[in-house]
Structures are given as structure tokens and as C-alpha cells.
Write a protein that binds this ligand. Structure first.
Ligand SMILES: [Zn+2]
Length: 101
């Protein structure tokens, strides 16, 4: 998984194409992430103790990591991600500007 929690991403495929947001949660087993404001689905819920009125709530669904690109904080563009070994540790870098992400 190249995507980490807190990354800024750009959606490159699908209904939310062109939108960007911050990764809230990573789901490694699904190769998916949950991104603030992306892939919001409306869901009808019955009245319950938690939602006394019932009705329609908005749920943020996960999005597959193949449908998005991590935005490089330095060049502010979707980054081609690479890895570099710095001080013995593996770090992610933007291949365009070589900035550590
Ligand atoms: Zn960059």
C-alpha cells in the first residue's frame, strides 16, 4: 500500500474524478481508503435509538487505491510515487521533485 492515512489524494477515475481530499482511514485488506468528502452515498435508515428520526444519512464509502493518486505536497500535483532509501530507512518520494512524502 502506497497510500497512508493523512495523505492528500486526487480521484482519477469514476464519479468523483477530479476531487481531492484527505485520507481518513486505510483498509489494507481491501486495497481501499476512506477519504473525507469522497464517495459519499446516501443511505436510508430506519428509526432507532441512534437515529430517532430515521431518514436519509450520508455515508462515506471506501474507494479503491487504484482509482486515486497521492498528491505531492511540494509540487501540488498527483505524484508518481517511488521509494528511496534514506539513512537506512525506506521512504516514499515523489518521482517528479524527489520530495519525501
Ligand atoms: Zn513532487
Amino acid at each position: 500500500m502506497k497510500v497512508k492515512k493523512g495523505d492528500n489524494i486526487l480521484v482519477t477515475v469514476g464519479r468523483d474524478k477530479g476531487k481531492s481530499g484527505k485520507v481518513m482511514q486505510v483498509l489494507p485488506s481491501d486495497a481501499a481508503v476512506i477519504v473525507e468528502g469522497i464517495n459519499i452515498k446516501k443511505k436510508a435508515v430506519k428509526a432507532s435509538a441512534k437515529t430517532p428520526a430515521g431518514g436519509i444519512i450520508e455515508v462515506t464509502k471506501s474507494i479503491n487505491t487504484s482509482n486515486l493518486a497521492v498528491v505531492c505536497p511540494r509540487c501540488n500535483k498527483p505524484a508518481r510515487m517511488g521509494y528511496a532509501i534514506i539513512k537506512g530507512g525506506k521512504v516514499r518520494i515523489c518521482k517528479r521533485c524527489k520530495e519525501k512524502i
